[in-house]
Design a protein around this ligand. Structure first.
Ligand SMILES: O=C1O[C@H](COP(=O)(O)O)[C@@H](O)[C@H](O)[C@H]1O
Length: 236
């Protein structure tokens, strides 16, 4: 069961979500001395990151890592790492430690083991994951019917990360070579927040809430499990 938080305006959503993130991360820091925040890229979360970067958190104790990455260099406009650097790792959050996914390897498949080793050094369970949802029902880089999806969805997959080759679509653009956190990796998080905006995506989400194959709408994997609490934050 997903707890849903609906807002009339985006700035209200982002204000509420910043407060929520701050609470979760400061609680993790006081309990265990460290907090791990898993973040998404894409077009939606930049205002959240910018506002969160100004939070009075003990950012030195926060590790920020990606839930997925497009296999492009940081100089590329599609780079999720660049988005995080420009919007989150600024202001007070400059003091956080960032663990990216992209390595110098030519493909995500070739780079996976290096990223995996870096992710294994993170404290588990991760404190909070903020994931998005695409208009095709993908989350992280778990794309419908992609090459590598079955492996990334396997609940007994021991890896935190997996290479994905998405089918080229309007959603992926040319960026079909991806590294994503696996579902088993994402579920090693204390709490997952799904963030998206707009009526169209809300329709997609309603469809995903109906029973159906996870391969067609991978976000379903988060909705059909009860291991980790999942919340939806939405505004038009
Ligand atoms: O490709 C991606 O898409 C999703 C959703 O992004 P949006 O632009 O529709 O908000 C995002 O969560 C993911 O991190 C990103 O790599």
């Amino acid at each position: 069961m997903v707890k849903e938080f609906f807002f009339e305006q985006r700035h209200h959503l982002f204000t509420a979500l910043v407060a929520e993130c701050q609470d979760v991360l400061s609680e993790a820091i006081s309990k265990q001395g460290t907090a791990t925040l898993l973040v998404s890229g894409g077009s939606t979360p930049a205002p959240l990151y910018e506002a969160l970067s100004k939070s009075e958190l003990n950012w030195k104790k926060v590790k920020v890592a990606l839930v997925d990455e497009r296999w492009v260099d940081k100089s590329h406009t599609a780079s999720n790492e660049a988005l995080i650097e420009q919007n989150l790792l600024i202001n007070n959050a400059k003091a956080a430690t960032f663990i990216g996914m992209k390595t110098p390897a030519k493909t995500a498949a070739a780079g996976q083991s290096e990223t995996e080793a870096n992710y294994l050094k993170l404290h588990q369970p991760f404190s909070l994951a903020i994931v998005g949802m695409g208009p095709d029902g993908h989350t992280a880089s778990l794309f419908p019917n992609a090459k590598g999806l079955a492996e990334a969805l396997r609940i007994d997959n021991k890896n935190l990360t997996a290479a994905i080759t998405a089918k080229k679509s309007e959603v992926t653009g040319p960026n079909t070579d991806r590294l994503t956190m696996t579902v088993s990796g994402l579920l090693k998080t204390d709490r997952i927040i799904i963030l998206f905006t707009g009526e169209d995506k809300l329709d997609v989400f309603s469809l995903a809430q109906k029973p159906g194959p996870v391969e067609d709408m991978p976000i379903r994997v988060l909705l059909q499990q009860e291991q980790v609490p999942v919340e939806l934050y939405w505004a038009p």
